[in-house]
Design a protein around this ligand. Structure first.
Ligand code: GRG
Length: 311
């Protein structure tokens, strides 16, 4: 069914690409060329557009038209791209390759990469506020801010850098990090670092389906969307860790084998490869069950695809 899945997803990906280009073109029209070029370079590089697809599929599952979900889809991809640009910087993960091309700072220098990331993050809020009606705009901005902010993705990145020893460990709410099990720390880190944006993606889709009555979103639909996102996010991370161990840079479109070299906390490192595969299969089942509750065969199929993904 993987072939059929991408037959279904490709037209949606194409709509997302068109919307990304259109919004960037419109909103960065007055920006100085260097920052506009660096933003376009990273945003329009060949990403999988997973988060925008989740926004569209969640909107459709909640009874809305994919068209209504496009502002949220564009906004979340802008936030995601900013996170990749900043994560690749020498002060963070220090990577040379991303989406199959040199990273933003390798191409444009560090200063422009920082500015392009800042501008993409800011533009995400502009898209969510400008292109939606006022009620959906407010809920979308809040959803994105909570997911991307200090308790969400930025928090996850902080925990990750702490694990790597790049940020000093301090006591947090009466507990030192090492008093928690490595697996508990890993799951918390990923729930924030990658999980929060997946959760926001599903929620943006559900809200977009409500036609300017986001507060009317069905709590059961939101709960199933959150369950899907939690399982999908961890599944995505387990397979990301497995790709780092088992894939090649050509296939993955980014450097591989770097986690073990840096002594990073990873699923294969903690559980071994076989147990990590078993965990991925289990998470795939959980995500599929939540997709069934949402009545979305495509979300179910997408989770099954991630279990065996190669990039
Ligand atoms: C810098 C605040 C800040 C946060 C960075 C998400 C993140 C936090 C860093 C990304 C580093 C990384 C490679 C994490 C592993 C999981 C992940 C988000 C992979 C990239 O997402 P894909 O595979 O990428 O969806 P594409 O390029 O297809 O969009």
């Amino acid at each position: 069914m993987a072939g059929d899945l991408w037959d279904e997803l490709k037209p949606r990906q194409a709509r997302v690409e068109t919307a990304l280009k259109a919004q960037l073109h419109a909103l960065a029209a007055e920006a100085p060329a260097p920052v506009r070029d660096a933003m376009a370079y990273s945003l329009l590089a060949p990403g999988k557009r997973l988060r925008p697809l989740l926004v569209l599929l969640a909107c459709e599952a909640a009874g809305g038209a994919a068209e209504a979900a496009l502002p949220g889809a564009v906004a979340i991809e802008m936030v995601h791209t900013y996170s990749l640009v900043h994560d690749d910087l020498p002060a963070m993960d220090d990577d040379d390759l991303r989406r199959g091309v040199p990273t933003c700072h390798k191409k444009f220098g560090e200063a422009l990469a920082i500015l392009a990331g800042d501008a993409l993050l800011t533009m995400a809020f502009e898209v969510a506020a400008r292109v939606n009606g006022p009620r959906t705009a407010a809920v979308s901005c809040l959803t994105i801010a909570e997911a991307a902010g200090a308790a969400g993705m930025v928090g996850g990145q902080t925990l990750d850098l702490q694990e790597e020893g790049k940020i000093q460990r301090t006591e947090d709410r009466g507990q030192t990090a090492t008093e928690r099990s490595a697996l508990a720390r890993l799951e918390d880190l990923h729930a924030r670092k990658t999980g929060a944006l997946f959760r926001a993606s599903l929620r943006l889709g559900v809200f977009a389906a409500q036609a300017e009555r986001p507060e009317g979103a069905d709590p059961k639909t939101l709960a199933a969307a959150d369950r899907y996102a939690a399982a999908f996010g961890l599944l995505f991370q387990v397979t990301d860790d497995l790709l780092d161990v088992e894939s090649t840079a050509d296939k993955a479109g980014k450097r591989v084998g770097k986690d073990a070299a840096r002594g990073k906390l990873t699923y294969p490192g903690l559980l071994g490869v076989e147990e990590s595969r078993r965990k991925a299969a289990e998470l795939g089942k959980q995500a599929t069950a939540a997709a069934d509750e949402l009545g979305s065969p495509l979300l179910a199929e997408l989770a099954r695809y991630v279990v065996t993904r190669e990039r």
